[in-house]
Design a protein around this ligand. Structure first.
Ligand SMILES: Cc1cc2nc3c(=O)[nH]c(=O)nc-3n(C[C@H](O)[C@H](O)[C@H](O)COP(=O)(O)OP(=O)(O)OC[C@H]3O[C@@H](n4cnc5c(N)ncnc54)[C@H](O)[C@@H]3O)c2cc1C
Length: 397
């Protein structure tokens, strides 16, 4: 405990990125004084929510006490950062505390803007409106899927960057298979709606997904964005992002992915770029204006797909560069934009997309990862959660 609220390294956010960085850094340099500011008493492994929504796991399996993931000897302020004073090297918290630092790592994730879709936030969890992006409602996804009898099952993608770009469609493949298993597939119209003009940003994997969509008779509505839900009438209103035309569709099941942005307190701070994200160099992860500040994860400006897998590669770069900066040595580590999306395409089927900056595939395994594989599904179901809790969060992977 540092009574003066002054730390050598302060980490904002104790989610995937914050804990991984703190764990790696405290392993590398055991005497270093690190503190984390994190308001939540719980820590979540969010990638599991796809399988919770698909009825494979209980949501509690994605949750741990925050105190149990904070690395040993790292101080935890259970508080939220309100304002940054980067010229004076301190942050002000919601509780009114000033916490000073020599080096700052900013990793508060992104903000889910549920209220940007009219009629969504008060009706989520009712009328067949579900979302795997909410821990509080994720089990309702499975309730809605498993009770589905007939009608339109619509899966949306917002007009903003999202965490895990594949997650909005993964739950659709699980739902489609469940409908088949329950004998209601021929009475179901399954539709994916997205403001983008293709199913996935990396062509190699998009080709596989297009084949799956055709084979399973799934409809796509590209260039459309969900704007409003008339919940009691079970109607969803979409706008064509190129022509501004509106289209209203009835639904029985509406899986909504809300628009996302940088958190307001980041967007309104001197740390942000024009789009609101923490403005860092794409390779060194050092802030473009304040050299003693680094950022990674969903809140950062890194031009790659926002995933936990990306953080697994970003964290060692931040830690190495930060440590060398402390030691007054040159920063040598460079992040190549690596990210990965385990695209669940059914129960026991997965396409493991892995790519770097420029949407170029960079695969781990010595086989074509664009093929659906059972082994990769097992990796997602059992291997990756174990690697997360016992590897990443312990500074080992
Ligand atoms: C449904 C779903 C499926 C996903 N699937 C995958 C997948 O298959 N593979 C994959 O790699 N990734 C997946 N992801 C994405 C992955 O979970 C995120 O990219 C990752 O958790 C981002 O880590 P982060 O640390 O940047 O943010 P988070 O893990 O969200 O943590 C941010 C932390 O900052 C804290 N915070 C917020 N505001 C403040 C403040 N003012 N002050 C201090 N702290 C604050 C929050 O409480 C939170 O604990 C999925 C996500 C979802 C929702």
């Amino acid at each position: 405990m540092n009574s003066l609220n002054h730390h050598q390294v302060l980490v904002v956010g104790g989610g995937t990125a914050g804990i991984t960085v703190a764990a790696h850094l405290s392993k590398l340099a055991s005497g270093i004084d690190i503190a984390i500011v994190e308001p939540s008493s719980k820590h979540y492994y969010q990638p599991l929510w796809t399988l919770v929504g698909g009825g494979v796991f209980q949501r509690e399996e994605s949750e741990k006490e925050e105190k149990d993931v904070i690395p040993e000897h790292v101080e935890w302020y259970q508080d939220a950062v309100k304002t940054f004073y980067p010229e004076q090297n301190y942050v002000l918290t919601e509780d009114g505390k000033e916490i000073h630092y020599k080096y700052l790592v900013v990793a508060p994730g992104l903000q889910l803007n549920w209220n940007q879709i009219k009629g969504l936030d008060t009706n989520l969890g009712k009328y067949g409106i579900c979302s795997n992006y909410s821990y509080n409602h994720v089990e309702y996804s499975w309730e809605t899927i498993s009770n589905f009898k007939e009608g339109n099952a619509i899966f949306t993608y917002p007009n903003s960057p999202v965490k895990c770009g594949g997650a909005p469609q993964k739950i659709m493949y699980l739902a489609e298979e469940s409908f088949r298993n329950n004998g209601v597939r021929d009475k179901a119209n399954v539709t994916f709606v997205s403001p983008n003009d293709s199913i996935f940003s990396v062509e190699k994997y998009a080709r596989t997904l297009e084949g799956i969509i055709e084979e399973r008779n799934i409809n796509t509505m590209f260039n459309y964005e969900l704007t409003e839900i008339m919940a009691d009438r079970k109607l969803a209103v979409f706008i064509n992002v190129t022509t501004d035309e509106y289209k209203t569709l009835p639904f029985e099941l509406l899986h909504v992915v809300p628009p996302m942005s940088a958190p307001d307190f980041i967007r309104e701070s001197p740390l942000s770029d024009e789009a609101g994200w923490v403005d860092v160099d794409a390779y060194s992860l050092q802030h473009n204006k304040y050299p003693n500040i680094f950022s990674l994860g969903d809140a950062s400006s890194l031009p790659t797909s926002k995933t936990g897998a990306a953080i697994r590669k970003q964290a060692p770069v931040v830690v190495s560069n930060l440590y060398n900066l402390i030691k007054k040595r040159p920063m040598r580590q460079k992040y190549d934009g690596y990210t990965s999306c385990p695209l669940v395409t059914g129960y026991g089927k997965l396409v493991l997309a892995e790519f770097v900056y420029g949407n170029k595939p960079k695969e781990t395994f010595p086989f074509n990862q664009a093929k659906e594989r059972k082994s990769m599904y097992w990796l997602k179901k059992y291997g990756l959660p174990a690697m997360y809790w016992n590897g990443m969060l312990k500074g080992r992977a």
